[in-house]
Design a protein around this ligand. Structure first.
Ligand SMILES: NC(=O)N[C@@H](O)C(=O)O
Ligand code: NI
Length: 169
């Protein structure tokens, strides 16, 4: 059983998969008579129809977790912005007909960072670290299916084990 390394989420590391929605170290300009910093266009919504905003109230999955499947949204992007400031886990693979098990990567947000998966990027359904967490989600709404799932063969699966990684620090 192979354990998936969990990387700190950075703009550079996440670039093959999408955007990081954050203020730390990012450009901004002042608006509202100087009282507000606008961190402009951190990400773009990709959609062939409507873009909607939802809130996901998620419950943590038991860890360690075997990554048995990934999904993708071929018709639009999907963004997750944590609403309660808690770190959360992200598991992704580059776009393609199927996720390449050798290119699966895991990241952890510091709780002030959100992510925007680009159209077709393989990802695991939301993975919170806290027992319960809430996310603002921006994604595509429209006719037709927009969620492909891929299930890995047993030998292709990775183990996600945040506690083990923390012990190794
Ligand atoms: N199904 C759904 O809306 N959620 C997933 O797309 C997810 O990435 O959590
Ligand atoms: Ni999704």
């Amino acid at each position: 059983m192979r354990t998936l390394p969990i990387e700190p989420l950075t703009r550079e590391r996440f670039a093959p998969f999408g955007d990081v929605i954050e203020t730390e170290g990012r450009e901004h300009f002042l608006i509202n008579n100087g009282s507000t910093r606008r961190y402009h266009a951190l990400a773009t919504v990709e959609t062939d129809d409507r873009a909607i905003l939802s809130i996901f109230a998620a419950e943590a999955l038991e860890m360690p977790l075997m990554i048995r499947m990934l999904e993708r949204h071929p018709l639009g992007s999907q963004a997750f912005v944590p609403l309660l400031g808690h770190p959360f886990l992200i598991v992704v693979a580059p776009p393609g007909d199927r996720p390449d098990p050798e290119h699966v990567r895991a990241f952890i947000s510091d709780g002030r960072q959100g992510v925007n998966y680009h159209r077709g990027v393989w990802h695991h359904p939301v993975l919170c670290v806290e027992k319960r967490d809430e996310f603002l989600v921006v994604d595509r709404s429209g006719p037709g299916p927009n969620c492909d799932e891929h299930f890995f063969a047993e030998a292709e699966q990775w183990l996600l084990d945040p506690a083990q990684q923390a012990r190794m620090r």
